[in-house]
Design a protein around this ligand. Sequence first.
Ligand code: FAD
Ligand code: EPU
Length: 351
Amino acid sequence: MKTVLFYLSTNLIVIVQQNISLKEYNTFGLDSNAKEFVVVNSIDELEAIIQVFNLKNRKLLILGGGSNVLLANDFDGMVIKINLTGIEKINEDENHVWIKAMAGTIWHDLVLYCVENNYAGLENLSLIPGCVGAAPMQNIGAYGVEIKDTFVQLEAIEIKSAKHKLFTKSDCKFAYRESIFKNEAKGKYIITSVTFKLNKNYLVNTSYGAIKDVLTNNNIANPTIKDVSNAVIEIRSSKLPDPKILGNAGSFFKNPEINTELFLDLKEKFPDLVGYKISDTKTKVAAGWLIEQCGWKGKVVGNTGSHKQQALVLVNYGNASGNEIWNLALQIQNSVKEKFGIDIIPEVNVI
Ligand code: FAD
Ligand code: EPU
């Protein structure tokens, strides 16, 4: 590794690390190498870096917490690690608050800030790893809530023009694990902040069965948002492997949304098939169930495998390469297609 200091202007200096391991920067714990690595600590730095390093002509990877990327190979370009932090109340009325968080803020820190201040809306999203700036990328969701439910707007910088741009909720084209930033705007913007509108009154969402069960077990009849947050933390900690102990990126695949007709046909053949109706014509199927039925759950393949408690989570047992995990993902995809005729699509961003 080599470290080079760059003067962006008379008062802005940035450190560029060359040939650096990204092991500490991705939750799979993959020892992939980056050609160049820069940590950005302010908007001024980011603007200067875009211009001085001519980012529009470079191969780039924008990185938050690295909890939704699979570094399949070494990265022959520049990694920009977003470290813009801060949480601010920017507006308030009788019932609501508008909270703006900078992109590098740890997501769970934002959730805890809201829970501690009794601002309702993000508590079901407790303990999701990663940073605020990546949350809109795939409209993060868990336990009956997605960020689109409280999202107001985000600020981003266009890499091509270095201009600031505001994206409203409709601009973002949110859908299940989708947004404009995974589609037509992919690779074009660096998200710098996200604003949420939260509720000052308790409006807890306990629609997800597992939350109700935990609250009942803990004898909580009238849950506060802190109770819901704690219940979600309890469920997640019991189900999902902690990346600090076992490398993973959460669900590797999205739950496929298939025609209800096909679902009903399959249900005749596989009566235990797990699915939830999401519209008049579509049913969302539990990918974890499909993968488990194909015999992958808990299976160890070299240095990798499908987790023993949650088949949808692929793990690194220590020395896996990104390619090894990707090969396992392809095998799983093929076997689900063969057995059920269903395509499962990665949720994780394969780099
Ligand atoms: P990264 O992995 O750093 O980046 C993800 C993508 O966003 C990359 O394409 C990257 O280039 C891009 N990106 C990151 N920051 C920016 C930025 N500022 N501007 C532009 N592009 C950017 N997700 C859920 O939705 N629900 C869950 O319940 C859930 N549970 C998880 C549990 C575990 C144990 C793990 C490891 C992951 C889980 N995830 C879940 C996935 C992951 O936590 C989320 O997708 C999270 O939002 C990723 O944040 P990050 O900062 O780590 O993003
Ligand atoms: N299932 C199995 N076998 C398994 C895993 C799951 O049969 O090995 C079946 C079970 O019947 C279970 C159902 O699948 O009832 C759903 O499982 P779970 O409640 O664990 O949720 P999931 O659909 O596997 C999704 C998200 C998670 C999110 C949880 C809770 C996706 C791709 N994943 O998982 O998000 O935390 O719901 O809301 O939508 C992530 O995106 O990384 C992530 C972890």
